[in-house]
Design a protein around this ligand. Structure first.
Ligand SMILES: Nc1ncnc2c1ncn2[C@@H]1O[C@H](COP(=O)(O)OP(=O)(O)O)[C@@H](O)[C@H]1O
Ligand SMILES: Cc1cn([C@H]2C[C@H](O)[C@@H](COP(=O)(O)OP(=O)(O)O)O2)c(=O)[nH]c1=O
Length: 210
């Protein structure tokens, strides 16, 4: 059976990505596809426990990075790889680009070490690296995202960071785009919701998946 389709959603907190994950799942299911909607950190019982720790307990940047990759390994093994091997679609709210952006850009953790962990965690039996087929990167000025979040929800360890942290996170994302431009579709997140949704659909349609 053909390999499935792996799409990740990325952006700084408040960029407005989450509401489009379910909408895209519905659109793809409408085409008869089987779709798994999942998220990182999380997506399995173990990884959700690691998520609760990573989002709420104080820890140093190496511990934080290792927890993200530990959660990712379990998620890949238990959920993502089996679904893709069955030829299904996986929509994942954040994946490894978030680690490079938040732990690399935001926390300043060594990106060469992150790249090593990425290889260990995402290597397939044939030696190639598992990556999303498409990453939708929602781009927005950190000040606008912060205004949105101020009225939206109680902040976790990341969301409570100052605007300068999110500027560094955005730079981390930009470096990932430079490293693999063909994998990314950059979506202007500061548009009205309908325009953002149209851009999401256009990116997926451009790949022939909608
Ligand atoms: N295009 C948009 N314009 C204005 N507000 C938005 C838009 N998209 C999302 N929001 C609001 O911004 C906040 C953050 O959105 P959310 O989808 O949770 O962002 P993310 O998942 O990227 O952190 C929510 O209160 C949401 O209702
Ligand atoms: C996947 C991942 C997320 N994160 C952070 C980014 C987010 O602030 C947080 C959780 O992401 P997210 O699910 O987008 O948060 P919410 O449900 O509140 O919208 O985890 C990392 O720091 N590194 C990672 O590798």
């Amino acid at each position: 059976m053909a390999q499935g389709i792996f799409i990740s959603f990325e952006g700084i907190d408040g960029a407005g990505k989450s509401s489009h994950v379910d909408a895209l799942a519905q659109a793809l299911r409408g085409q008869g596809r089987t779709v798994t909607v999942t998220r990182e950190p999380g997506g399995t019982p173990l990884a959700e426990k690691l998520r609760a720790l990573a989002l709420h307990e104080p820890m140093d940047p190496l511990t934080e990075a290792l927890l993200m990759f530990a959660a990712r390994r379990d998620h890949l093994q238990q959920v993502i790889a089996p679904a893709l091997d069955r030829g299904e679609v996986v929509l994942c709210d954040r994946f490894t680009d978030a680690t490079f952006a938040y732990q690399g850009g935001g926390r300043g953790f060594d990106e060469a070490v992150l790249a090593q962990l990425e290889r260990w965690v995402q290597q397939r039996p044939d030696g190639t690296l598992r990556q999303p087929d498409l990453t939708l990167l929602f781009e927005i000025a950190p000040t606008v995202a912060a205004q949105r979040l101020a009225s939206a929800r109680l902040p976790d360890r990341f969301e409570s960071q100052p605007v300068a942290f999110f500027e560094a996170v955005a730079q981390g994302y930009a470096r990932r785009v430079q490293g693999a431009p063909g994998r990314f579709a950059c979506i202007a997140g500061d548009q009205p919701r309908e325009a953002v949704w149209a851009a999401v659909q256009a990116a997926v349609r451009g790949r022939g998946w909608l």
